[in-house]
Design a protein around this ligand. Structure first.
Ligand code: FEO
Length: 445
């Protein structure tokens, strides 16, 4: 029970091998669903396809003789939407409540947009259940474009869709932040600007409980969770520390990475994290790179490029807007090392990266020269001797729908070419997604 009127009707999944087809989840996964029981009854989202019977059974057991009046679909990713048609089959008189974009997705997933059952909601719309009134807020790209979150003003409960979710089933006791952080950076990390936009909307609400679609219901110390989401989505480093991420073919780059870690510790660095990108959980390595304020990339030259796991790692970072870090490189190559050049080029679009002056060059194996460079690098990482790099583009974010004007991309819809910089958006600027004027945009540096 969440409150007197709000009941948990979700499920735990301990059979899943990879969440979203890629994330290992050693402690399983929870697909949350809730029933709000009032004069009218609303079910908040469905669950993964493999749990249809358990979920329908949970609804029946919770409601007894009563039947739901609404299924609110906050998010159309199949881990939550897969049982919409089964719900309709079980409860043919119920209405489906969702955003217009969600109904368009239902047409794609199920071949129907449920015209006779649909209740379309957008920003600020309400649904009265009796004592409870639900207010909907659009949350585009947290984590898909159709997402809405829902606020119940009577019980002061926020249904936050994927926001504030984590990996792990609910019958396993584990730390929240570790798996919530890995989940956030893996799944929502690219959309920090949109999460910031949502946090701004939520700041106006009096929230006592957060009911996400994954992970536990949050009932105490909400500023702790909200602050972490603010740190993560604004791409600030959560902790001071140095991540050494490496790939190694025959162990020589590994030896250098380990020696660097030792030197960092000898220089007094308290938190040093060593990740072998070919063997660790890549999502954990990505999480670490966003969590700590300094990252060392160490790799071998491979096919005149870099070793594939390092390329994959950097791609994961750049597509999630990696920024605001101190960065250093260690390159290894037997005849023509190119690793540092390739890695720096891959990171060149990232904002606010500061590069340590020393790049360590290893020709096959460590020698006295490269060991001296490692010593210098360790000292510089501790002293913060850096040069500035990367791009500093300004963005304007639509407070209503989360669409982002990025100077680097411009806005063809408004006749603005890529690379056009403004102190302020033009007076006649309108959001290409939701159509509101420039007064609804916030500037982010
Ligand atoms: Fe839990 Fe984006 O689905």
């Amino acid at each position: 029970m969440i409150t007197n009127d709000i009941k948990y009707i979700g499920v735990n999944d301990h059979k899943i091998d990879l969440f979203e087809g890629q994330y290992i989840v050693p402690n399983g996964m929870a697909y949350n669903s809730y029933a709000i029981i009032d004069e009218k009854i609303a079910i908040m989202d469905s669950v993964d396809i493999n749990f249809k019977d358990e979920w329908l059974c949970n609804i029946k057991e919770t409601l007894g003789e009563r039947k739901p009046d609404y299924l609110v679909v906050q998010h159309m990713e199949p881990d939550h939407s897969a049982n919409i048609m089964s719900f309709i089959e079980a409860y043919p008189d119920a209405k489906i409540v969702a955003s217009a974009k969600a109904f368009a997705m239902m047409k794609n997933f199920f071949g129907t947009d449920l015209d006779d059952k649909k209740v379309v909601v957008s920003e600020g719309d309400t649904l009265n259940l009796g004592k409870h009134t639900l207010t909907f807020f659009t949350a585009p790209m947290v984590h898909w474009p159709e997402v809405v979150v829902t606020y119940d003003s009577k019980d002061k409960v926020l249904f936050s869709a994927d926001g504030f979710g984590k990996f792990g089933a609910l019958d396993v006791d584990e730390d929240w932040a570790c798996e919530a952080r890995r989940y956030y950076f893996g799944i929502v990390g690219k959309y920090g600007v949109q999460v910031q936009s949502l946090l701004k909307k939520l700041a106006t609400l009096d929230v006592e409980k957060i009911c996400p679609l994954h992970g536990p219901v949050l009932t105490e110390n909400l500023p702790y969770y909200i602050n972490l989401y603010d740190v993560w989505s604004s791409y600030k480093s959560e902790d001071k520390g140095i991540v050494v991420a490496y790939t190694s073919v025959y162990g020589n780059t590994k030896k250098a990475a380990m020696l660097l870690c030792q030197k960092l510790k000898d220089n007094g660095v308290e938190k040093v994290v060593l990740n072998d990108l070919a063997r660790c959980d890549m999502a954990e390595a990505v999480e670490d790179a966003f969590r700590y304020d300094k990252v060392v990339f160490a790799t071998t030259t491979y096919n005149a490029d870099i070793f594939p796991y390092m390329r994959e790692f950097i791609n994961h970072l750049t597509e999630r807007n990696f920024q605001n870090k101190t960065v250093a490189f260690v390159e290894n190559g037997s005849w023509a090392p190119t690793g540092a050049k390739v890695m720096k080029e891959m990171l060149s679009k990232c904002k606010n990266l500061e590069y340590v002056n020393t790049t360590v060059k290893i020709m096959s194996a460590l020698n006295s020269d490269s060991e001296s460079q490692l010593e210098l690098l360790a000292q510089e990482l501790c002293e913060n001797k850096v040069e500035k790099g990367g791009s500093d583009s300004v963005k304007y974010v639509c407070d209503i729908c989360g669409w982002v004007y990025d100077e680097e991309k411009g806005s063809p819809e408004n006749g603005i070419a890529a690379g056009t910089a403004f102190d302020d958006l033009p007076e006649d600027f309108v959001c290409p997604l939701c159509g509101v004027d420039k007064s609804n945009f916030s500037k982010t540096e």
